[in-house]
Design a binder for this molecule. Structure first.
Ligand SMILES: [Zn+2]
Length: 61
């Protein structure tokens, strides 16, 4: 019956040691990654975003 959570929890992103500063994450980077996932960005970090537009439109009509 150990309902009491451990003070030193693990980072939900990389399962590493969580930092008090970035709790429950271990670093700002992991916090950012988690945030991106929440925003529906999947599991990727926007490095060089490519604007998906009518750049290569196929004019069949
Ligand atoms: Zn982490």
């Amino acid at each position: 019956m150990s309902d009491n959570k451990n003070k030193a929890s693990s980072c939900p992103v990389c399962k590493g040691e969580s930092s008090v500063k970035y709790t429950p994450f271990c670093s700002q980077r992991c916090a950012d990654v988690d945030l991106s996932r929440w925003l529906g960005g999947g599991y990727r970090i926007p490095t060089s975003e490519r604007p998906i537009g009518p750049a290569d439109d196929d004019e069949i009509m």
